[in-house]
Design a protein around this ligand. Structure first.
Ligand code: GZL
Length: 312
């Protein structure tokens, strides 16, 4: 007798590490790889933490199996950047039944029971980002004395059904609807990748090249591809077609300095330390804020140069 009794919900021994299972959606863009590096660096620099990392190549089924593996391995907390908004209730219920807290990062999940199935979320307001792109265009047209001028708009959307695409698209389309002589004449997903952004823009230029005045590209990687497509048909990006993009990568801000992109709405991926800190608190059963919004700015020819080089 006399052995210390093991209580069931054992607290971590003081030198035992906290294991975080991170289901990252993919490596589709410079934003995503910078976000991954930010999380991995933060984990690397924290002696209390062991990070188990999984890249789902933008496939929801891969994220679901990664989360199931983390549950099997008995990680202390799960972090997940969901590729699309819906289809998560079942696997998050399995995590809840296993008593493993869940931190959602970057993108949002949607579903009638979702609110009870995750513990915290850190990210950005995608609809607000779309609205800030519209506001920049409105201010620009006013400054140029062209607020009543008709505008034909091409719209490169992100991964269909992702909260980033749904939110930015809502901000953009609702903004366009406020102007009776603005019209979206081309709209298609480029899946947040440079290659697909180029392909889709090539198709837009073929069917409507001479009529497009503005391009909204829901991330910088697609905008970089779109610029190539515009130049390939002999038009000047930033002049013949006003280009408004999202993220704030080094590549994109260099294009702003070169006048090929006119506006970039910032959406920083560099909050890996916040992700690790919040995950640790959840693993220790500490209370954390349910929603934390990362603050962001906006770049154009007035401030791009002073903000280079960009950290991603
Ligand atoms: C936005 C994030 C998006 C970026 C893209 O919060 O989810 O995914 O805008 C990335 O570059 O692929």
């Amino acid at each position: 007798g006399g052995e210390a009794s093991e209580d069931s919900g054992t607290k971590k021994g003081k030198d035992e590490k906290i294991t975080i299972g991170f289901s990252q959606l993919g490596a589709e863009s410079q934003w995503r790889t910078a976000n991954t590096k930010s999380v991995q660096d933060a984990a690397e620099n924290d002696p209390e933490v062991t990070l188990k990392f999984s890249d789902a190549q933008q496939k929801q089924e891969n994220q679901i199996s990664a989360i199931r593996n983390f549950i099997q391995q008995g990680v202390d907390v799960i972090a997940v950047a969901p590729v699309v908004e819906t289809g998560w209730e079942t696997v998050l219920t399995e995590a809840k039944d296993a008593n493993i807290p869940v931190l959602i990062v970057d993108r949002k999940m949607k579903g009638k029971k979702i609110d009870d199935l995750y513990n915290a979320w850190i990210g950005t307001d995608s609809k607000d980002e779309g609205e800030r792109g519209i506001k920049w265009l409105e201010d620009q047209m006013k400054a140029d004395g062209k607020e009543s001028e008709p505008l034909n708009i091409a719209h490169l959307q992100g991964t269909t059904g992702s909260s980033a695409q749904v939110g930015r698209t809502a901000g953009i389309t609702e903004g366009v609807e406020k102007h009776k002589n603005w019209e979206i004449i081309e709209q298609q997903s480029g899946n947040f990748t440079r290659a697909e952004g180029k392909e889709v823009m090539e198709a837009f230029m073929k069917s409507n090249g001479d009529n497009i005045d503005v391009l909204f590209s829901e991330n910088d990687d697609m905008a970089m591809g779109a610029i190539q497509a515009i130049e390939e048909v002999g038009k000047v990006p930033g002049k013949d077609i006003t280009v408004i993009s999202f993220d704030g990568t080094n590549d994109a801000l260099e294009q702003v300095v070169d006048g090929k992109i006119n506006c970039v709405v910032e959406c920083s991926p560099l909050y890996g330390e916040d992700i690790i800190e919040t995950a640790k608190k959840l693993a220790k059963g500490e209370k954390v804020k349910k929603e934390v919004f990362v603050e962001n700015g906006i770049f154009d020819s007035k401030n791009a140069k002073e903000n280079l080089p960009r950290p991603y």
